[in-house]
Design a protein around this ligand. Structure first.
Ligand code: ZN
Length: 198
C-alpha cells in the first residue's frame, strides 16, 4: 500500500495490476485477495486489472468484487469478444482488449471497436523489467489511425523515460510503467518524463 500510495502521490493516474496464472504466462502473480487489499487501503485509486490468464471469464467477477474498475482480457484467449465486453460492463467495469507482441494487429482491428481500451504488449508478458520491443509501435500507429483520436491505446512493458517518447509518438495515450517508477529515486520526475512534460 505504501509503494502504491507513493506512485499515486508522484502523479500516477491509475494502478495497473498484472495478474498472471502460470499458464497463459510462465509466472504467477497475485489474485483477487491482493487486489482487494489494495482497494481496501486505497479505495480512491483506479484499479486497472490486466488479466494475463488462460480463462479470463472465470476471473471477471472475483476481480470486480475485489474493487477492479477496469478489466483487460487477452485476444489470444477470447473466443467471443462482444460477449466478453457485455459481461465486463455488466459487472460495472470498463473493458480492455490486449494483444501480445506476436499477435497480429488485425485481430484487434476486427474485435476492438466494442472495447473501452486497447492494450498492445511491448514485451512478451510474464516478467517485469524486460526490454521494450520497438516494432510494436507499428501496431499502435495502425490502431490510432483506425480507431481515431478518442481511443484509449495503452502500451505495457519496458516503458520508461527512455522509451515513452516512442510510445507517445506511435499513438499511445495510456502508458504502463513498473520498474521505471517503483525503481526510481525520484518517481515524480520519472512520471513527468514518461508523460513528456519534463
Ligand atoms: Zn500489464
Amino acid at each position: 500500500a505504501s509503494d502504491a500510495q507513493r506512485a499515486l502521490d508522484a502523479g500516477a493516474d491509475l494502478l495497473h495490476v498484472d495478474i498472471m496464472d502460470g499458464h497463459f504466462v510462465p509466472n504467477l502473480s497475485m489474485g483477487p485477495a491482493v487486489c482487494g487489499a489494495v482497494h481496501h487501503h486505497l479505495p480512491e485509486a483506479v484499479l486497472d486489472v490486466h488479466l494475463m490468464v488462460s480463462d479470463p471469464a472465470a476471473y471477471l467477477e472475483p476481480f470486480a468484487q475485489a474493487g477492479a474498475n477496469h478489466l483487460t482480457v487477452h485476444a489470444e484467449v477470447v473466443d467471443d469478444p462482444a460477449a466478453m465486453v457485455s459481461r465486463i460492463h455488466a459487472l460495472g467495469c470498463t473493458a480492455g482488449l490486449a494483444i501480445n507482441p506476436d499477435t497480429p494487429v488485425d485481430v484487434m482491428i476486427d474485435a476492438g471497436e466494442a472495447f473501452d481500451l486497447l492494450l498492445v504488449m511491448s514485451v512478451h508478458p510474464g516478467f517485469s523489467g524486460q526490454r521494450f520491443i520497438e516494432s510494436v509501435c507499428e501496431k499502435t500507429q495502425a490502431l490510432r489511425s483506425h480507431f481515431g483520436p478518442q481511443a484509449w491505446i495503452q502500451m505495457d512493458g519496458g516503458v520508461g523515460p527512455a522509451t515513452a517518447a516512442q510510445a507517445r509518438a506511435a499513438g499511445c495515450n495510456v502508458l504502463v510503467s513498473a520498474s521505471a517508477i517503483y525503481g526510481a529515486d525520484a518517481p515524480q520526475a520519472a512520471i513527468s518524463q514518461i508523460r513528456g512534460i519534463a
